[in-house]
Design a protein around this ligand. Structure first.
Ligand code: FAD
Length: 391
């Protein structure tokens, strides 16, 4: 009996998988599905970032941690990625008077890694493309999911419309997911989207004489209670700084003089590192971007579609876990597909059931960590606790 139901399930295993979105999570998932023997088509709205001069990712670098590394390990990519990452052994806190101190991330030199978003995405796309059963389709934007007819409509580069009929659709098309938009029309689908009152702006600390201008192996934080700035090291020896602050305050800083006055008051030690001219020019050239959180459930429709990564659980970046959690989605989805012998009718509900509470918990922790990073990290009780922890 068990053998025949396993055989029946295997017969329903998806032969053709359509992955919508070739960002970090979609490209990794393509490798996972291809290694299972499925024929995989990745439909990506942008052009091929490997050929493109510009790259419109959400941040220049990212912190990669254990759950992300584990997912890369499952497909044999961990060593290559870890080798190019810059280990960050702790937070280096910059206080308002210019003093600095370290709060280690763990014991025995435990570290998270600063990785280049674009290079990681390129590596994942190239790895997927090398597999004989993966086809990448750039400038293919999903416009419609017809759940009843089980097909997808896409806009091709010549602006023509094409329709494809996969056995399974995986929506990894990011925080503003089109696949998710179609789940919204399903009965009993829960959805909440929340913008926080804070936005972010990226700035750069260039190298000095080819060297890092600050200690390289830390995640630098300038906590200032209502707002904060962080900086992560890049391979070219620059740092990417991200200023997180309420939009209301961004709006008051409207002239070069006000930028410099604001930095003198709050981030004085960063001015010579960034350089006055560059600070003013980047401040007005670089966008102030929004921060948003999405919670929804379930993550699947019948045995036809599933959403993963930011499409399922976009989170604010303060826990450094958005990509890591999206990578872990691949681990969990494929473990369950294995356990259910690729039977989508049971594996997809099992995925929604197991993954949703964990993903929402990380969304909550990410929001909480903003208060911790910009405020508690400076408070006496936090420092005392850290001191006690290290005894
Ligand atoms: P995305 O990276 O958004 O990729 C989605 C892809 O889908 C894109 O390529 C897009 O072009 C494509 N697409 C969209 N719509 C369509 C369509 N209709 N048809 C076809 N393709 C489509 N996470 C960490 O783990 N560590 C960090 O340190 C970290 N730092 C961050 C800092 C900032 C400032 C921000 C904003 C986020 C940070 N994150 C971090 C979160 C991380 O960026 C996301 O979780 C991650 O990019 C999610 O990957 P994804 O593939 O699900 O979505």
């Amino acid at each position: 009996q068990a053998t025949s139901s396993a055989a029946a399930a295997a017969a329903t295993a998806p032969k053709r998988v359509a992955i919508v979105g070739g960002g970090l999570v979609g490209a990794l998932n393509a490798v996972y599905f291809a290694r299972r023997g499925c024929n995989v088509d990745v439909y990506e709205a942008r052009d091929d970032i490997r050929q493109s001069k510009t790259y419109s990712g959400r941040s220049i670098n990212l912190a990669l941690s254990t759950r992300g590394i584990q997912a890369l390990k499952d497909v044999g990519l961990d060593e290559m990625v870890v080798a190019t990452g810059i280990p960050m052994y702790g937070r280096m806190i910059h206080n308002p008077t210019g003093g600095k101190y370290v709060v280690p991330y763990g014991k025995d030199n435990q570290a998270i890694l600063s990785v280049d978003r674009r290079k990681l995405n390129e590596l994942l796309l190239t790895t997927a493309e090398k597999l004989p059963n993966v086809s990448l389709h750039f400038e293919h934007k999903l416009t419609e999911v017809d759940v009843k007819a089980r097909n997808l409509t896409l806009r091709a580069p010549d602006r023509s419309t094409i329709t494809v009929k996969p056995d399974l659709v995986v929506g990894s098309d990011g925080a503003y997911s089109s696949v998710r938009r179609h789940l919204l029309q399903q009965p009993r689908f829960n959805y909440a989207q929340t913008y926080i009152a804070h936005g972010y702006k990226e700035l750069t600390i260039p190298p000095v004489d080819g060297k890092f201008a600050m200690e390289a192996n830390y995640l630098h934080i300038w906590p200032r209670h209502e707002f904060m700035m962080i900086a992560l090291p890049n391979q070219d020896r620059s740092f990417t700084c991200t200023l997180f602050m309420p939009f209301d305050i961004f709006a008051t800083i409207s002239t070069p003089e006000l930028v410099l006055a604001f930095f003198r008051e709050n981030f004085a030690d960063a001015i010579p590192l960034i350089g006055q001219e560059r600070l003013v020019s980047d401040f007005f050239t670089n966008p102030t971007s929004t921060l948003m959180m999405v919670k929804c459930s379930p993550y699947h429709i019948d045995d036809f579609a599933v959403i993963i990564g930011d499409a399922a659980h976009a989170m604010v970046p303060f826990y450094g876990q958005g990509m890591n959690c999206g990578f872990e989605d691949c681990t969990v989805l494929h473990r369950l597909l294995g356990e259910h012998n690729m039977d989508l009718a049971t594996a997809l509900p099992a995925y929604s059931k197991e993954r949703n509470p964990d993903a929402e918990a990380i969304c909550d922790l990410a929001l909480h960590n903003y208060v911790e990073m910009r405020h508690h990290v400076t408070s006496t009780s936090f420092l005392l606790r850290k001191k006690l922890d290290s005894l």
